[in-house]
Design a protein. Sequence first.
Lengths: 415, 250
Amino acid sequence: MRASAKLLERHLPPGRRAAEADGVVEWLDAHGMPDNHDEAWRYTPVEAIVAALESAAPAPSTKPAIDRALVDELAGDHGGPRLVLVDGVLVPELSDGLDAIEVTWERSFAAGAGPAHEPADGFDALSRLAGAGTSVLRLSADFSPLGPPVQVVHVGLSGAAVHPRLVVHVAPGSAHHLIETYASLDTGSTVNATTELVVGRDATLTHHRVQVEAPSTVHVGRTHVDQAAGSTVRTSSILLGAAIARAAVHVRFAGPGSSLVVDGLYLPKGEQRHDTVVTVDHAASHCTSAQRFRGVIDDVARGSFSGHVIVRQGTVGTDADQSNRNLLLAPTAQADTRPWLEIFADDVRCTHGATVGRLDDEALLYLRSRGIPLAEARSMLVAAFAAEVVEAMGPVSLRERVATAVAAQVGEARS
Amino acid sequence: MLHVANLKAVVDGKRILDGLDLDIGPGEVHAIMGPNGAGKSTLSNVLAGRDGYEVTGTATLDGVDLLTLTPEQRAAQGLFLGFQYPIEIPGVGNAYFLRTAVNAIRRERGEDEISAVEMLALAKEHMALLEMDPAFLSRSVNAGFSGGEKKRNEVLQMSLLQPKLAILDETDSGLDIDALRVVAEGVQRLRHPERSMLLITHYPRMLEYVRPDRVHVLDRGRIVRSGDHTLATELETTGYGVPAGAGAPA
């Protein structure tokens, strides 16, 4: 039996197949699960993710035993409305400020869907079929753009396989800030998460996606961004936790004159695997995109980055920039970096740069010669390396949480 | 204060220091001159604890064996090296760097740490003396600084860290006349009966501002001649009297 069929049998809720599958079962039958031969999955330990899903239990239907204090501890609180989902299900009792925003919880995967698009891959297809439901958030022009960010916190509690879906509509002309946090207890959750951001004409969205799950977690996530004309998006992906974490970000310029900054960090250590795959689809003219990712990799961990830029035929005035820098803290650490540019237009400015390096011995000696102990000197240099991404994050409470995690990356001293 | 005896250093199979002896008493300023490749920078590197040298012999500061200590432990003992080429560290703010360094040393000495506000005031006071724009505090360490600004930043660090022994490795090189005056005056201000200095230099001009108690000529890894401050002037007219770099690698 194919892996995809096995997964469907295990995770598809009874009755869902006929009622709501809407061709997705057929899509999954035809395409199956991805493997390392697929360009976008080249560096992902995809077999291990499939194995985790094959052995994981479906999410329980019992009421979760968790309180606010634990949510605060796992995910922090950055002010503003906060949606809390436990094992993939919205829990209103744990959430705050739901009346200040327009949010619904729908059982259907198709709820609130943005511009129709095929499943990105087998995991996306599986999440549409097996997910408990979709959170649909409509950020209107009325909601104060100057207020604190809207937060969506996912907590993996029971060690089950969960398939949370979040669809966010940003109203034309409005400006919003969204922070998504993925956290878990160390119970072996498998998280197959989808976020869809539909950004209206001339709207502005700042989005931070922070993955801080426990070491036994397996995380495969995707963020799909659809940008209407004249929109401005900044989206960050921070990978800190889990045994295996993959974050895919796919941005499509649907209308002209939009701009995008997509940046992030991945900080694998121990035996962790962190894989970031970015695709920016310049399907409209006069759009600007900048990808900026930094990896800090220790021990025998492996961090990977693939940056895909597509410039469609017939478009003009594209400006696409990509930078990926990696810092290896141990000789056994591994980095993969892969720019992937597909340009089908002439009027294009496209740059990319990638580096893999070690901490600068000269800089370390300089700091140490001023009395700064080795561990602290290493920590200062790692923080400096990540600063470009960290310093751009807000609010302060989030920036400090991420900065603390970066500092913790260099726990012990090595000479 | 500093006692160096029979100091030898080998790098990549080449002997750079070949039995060097040097004693600097409290409050004394010594200068080391010599041709390129004589081993001047190696001496400062070995004393500061840079990796990559096979070192034998003795080097103690107030009786403490320097050679077994890490670079940060040597700094905590009161050693300061002014780098010939100060390192640029983008992303590490100069103010943060200065405070971290000062507090690391204070911690080692069992003193209270200094707050960010106190540090700022102290740094600005010293920067005024060095004719440094306080804006340098908010920039990254040495990043994009001119040669003269980097050297002033070295002297600033020295004045904040208050070392027992300062080794200044060609702190005068690459400076125009005005910058040389400011840097040399900064060094001169730090002379103190309990602080010793070792100035490594090619040029006697620095020594006109900071008159050394002793001048040594280093050649092929050992001190071949010593004298009072007039030796520096003499060397300017006569040269080192040895073929530049003869037998010693650069």
